[in-house]
Design a protein around this ligand. Structure first.
Ligand SMILES: [Cu+2]
Length: 321
């Protein structure tokens, strides 16, 4: 702290000066801020693209979703919400649909009451521990969620560091994955046309990665894990579906570091992770071997879009030397 040979400096004055500086300069990035979001609930659709090999499998699935565009169609999944730990978060939800809806952040908010058609409600809460959270519409016995009303809420450490949590494992890049499924004939087609879904029968025929079919997701830069050997990717993953999703990585093992907000004391090294419905995980993927690899779901049926292969839950991993 002291200049080693500075006899001309009055040491007491020097200490006072340093203390004054410390008082005047607050820590740069750990101040709690406020994050304000507006979400609009509206009808929309999910576009499934055809297989580039056979040209088969294109479809349009009627959906409902949250969007940050006033007057726009609902998005599946809804916008990525982010905050830093301790931030004051405010989410104003405007229901532009003709049915009742709500907005619940699992493990964070408790108000499950309905926002009537045309209604607006503001939810305020403090951003919880750094991690991945799922938000969704909990009404109508899973129908509203199945139709596409869900998204991911990401909480970063208060200090703004590129780490899963303050003092936790560091990363060089991060991706978020929202996985889900849709039963188009029995749920989406019925609910969107005003019918009553028989919720005792759920046989999804589309399986989505960030709202996309596999051919789309594998070409999506925001969904792909990309980097160089030595990089570490953090994947924040939420399962908004009603099936468990078992995700299998090629090329490198990864470490499971957090399950449903429980930080693991010793990280598990795996090549497959099973995420139950409304479950969340964080995994660290170390980029060790150059090449291009798939991440795909380990259940054969869920690798398809209405029977077309590799049009289900998938992502691309591209590692440069
Ligand atoms: Cu495989």
């Amino acid at each position: 702290m002291f200049p080693p040979n500075a006899p001309t400096i009055d040491r007491t004055l020097f200490v006072r000066f340093v203390l004054l500086l410390l008082l005047l300069v607050p820590p740069l990035s750990s101040e709690a801020a406020s994050k304000n979001y507006s979400l609009y609930i509206a009808t929309g659709s999910v576009t499934i693209t055809a297989s580039p090999v056979t040209g088969n499998g294109a479809a349009t699935i009627p959906s409902w979703g949250y969007t940050d565009v006033a007057g726009g169609p609902g998005k599946v999944p809804g916008p990525i919400l982010t905050a830093r730990e301790g931030d004051a978060v405010s989410v104003t939800v405007v229901n532009n649909d003709s049915r009742s809806h709500n907005f619940v952040v699992k493990r964070v908010t408790t108000d499950t009451s309905a926002i009537p058609a045309g209604g607006t409600k503001t939810y305020t809460f403090t951003a919880p521990a750094a991690g991945a959270y799922v938000y969704y519409d909990s009404l109508a016995g899973n129908v509203n969620r199945e139709m596409g009303l869900y998204g991911i809420f990401i909480v970063e450490p208060a200090d703004g560091s590129l780490s899963a949590w303050a003092g936790g494992p560091a990363y060089t890049s991060a991706v978020s994955w929202v996985v889900s499924e849709m039963d188009k004939p029995r749920w989406n087609d019925v609910a969107s046309s005003g019918g009553t879904v028989n919720t005792s029968v759920y046989k999804p025929n589309y399986f989505l990665m960030n709202g996309m079919n596999g051919f789309q997701a594998m070409g999506d830069a925001n969904t792909s894990i990309m980097g160089r050997v030595g990089d570490v990717a953090l994947v924040r993953l939420v399962n908004a579906g009603q099936y468990s999703h078992s995700l299998h990585f090629h090329g490198n093992h990864y470490r499971l570091i957090d399950e449903d907000g429980v930080r693991l004391a010793s990280f598990k090294e795996l090549d497959i992770v099973n995420v139950p419905p409304l479950g969340t995980v964080m995994v660290l993927f170390e980029l060790n071997q150059p090449g291009v690899y798939p991440m795909h779901i380990h259940t054969a049926q869920m690798e398809t879009g209405n029977g077309v292969y590799l049009n289900g839950v998938a992502a691309m991993i591209a590692i440069e030397p």
